[in-house]
Design a binder for this molecule. Sequence first.
Ligand SMILES: [Zn+2]
Ligand SMILES: [Zn+2]
Length: 431
Amino acid sequence: MEKAIITLSLLFMTTFARGQSGMQEQINQTALALEEQVIEWRRDFHQHPELGNEETRTAGIVAAHLRDLGMEVTEGVAVTGVIGVLKGGKPGPTVAIRADMDALPVTERNDLPFKSQVTTNYNGQETGVMHACGHDSHVAILMGVAELLAGMQDELNGTVKFIFQPAEEGLEDKTVESWGAKQMVEEGVMEDVDAIFGLHINSQTPAGVIKYKPGPSMAAVDNLEILVKGRQAHGAYPWSSIDPIVTASQIVMGLQTIVSRNVKIIEIPAIVTIGAIHGGVRHNIIPEEVEMIGTIRTYSESQQTLIHRRIREIGENIAESAGAAAEISIKKMYPVTHNDPDLTASMLPILEKVAGKANVWLHDPVTGAEDFSFYQKEKPGLFIFLGGMPPEGDSETAPSHHTPDFYLDESGFVLGVRALSQLAVDYMELN
Ligand SMILES: [Zn+2]
Ligand SMILES: [Zn+2]
């Protein structure tokens, strides 16, 4: 690592050009010089994945690196998170850049020299642990950005705050109310921040491409639970029952009309999915209760309010019409990932400058979610997607995130280092 720092210092000493293009050239060259190191870090994290709130090895490596770079480092933020603060030579705003560190309970099927061999007992099941969402690359890329920007410290017009957070994927422990970005925000990490940037690698977007979307880019997630309470009876004497199975079926069908009849889908989509139905034990017993669980995906608070109201109206009234009762509970999990339109507009030319105009694509709303959204509720933020698919790959068939075959083309990482560095530098310059 020391050798890398010396090489980089030499590189800076030979870069005398100042101003925007000089800075950009310096960022490009340094990112290229760091590429091999970033890939090496990523492979190490890939081989040693850790589940949410257990990222102690990863956090230790991150903290040591940030300290080596001369930063003020805080560990143990939101359980295993690490914060590094880099104060530039000139006064200016504070810009945060975030990476998430957690892996998933997935058994890796890729045949890689740095394949994960880690296993765990998850929810009572033996399973592998794998960086099947690519957060290993996020950590490595942000460590590269930290090294790059530390080398430009005197020239920076402000402060850069590096946020390495745990548990983006959530926790299995239902008794825990807060984790990941939400907990980071509760512990005050956004208080002195003016704007925040982050990226997600994408295994179905070609390396070399950046995707963005102003406004709502990823969905809000709410967990839905419906308990239909009827009256138990012999299956041969249904007239003496209040059948919760028939009632639940009608509710499932009724819920389908929310997206098709109530949501103004020409503006923005929404999703209401019932993912599980549990009721009954035997072919000739009508049970007393049926439980259903599902997920709701929305892109604005007004849409979310409308859908929650319609779910209650449909569920409760269908149940009532059958003489049953429906207990409905909806728990808000992740807010909308909302890219501040002004910030996105002012940063778009920077993305185009870094990736080339043809390689910056506008994306459709993503129905998945991100806890980056919690930071964006506090301050303006921009969250982009970085291509991680081999350029010759097919985005229709490339293995998706959270699967055992999830695979990243490492040649895409250097663009991530360049993009995040340039966004931070130019944001500080412009604000
Ligand atoms: Zn994920
Ligand atoms: Zn992820």
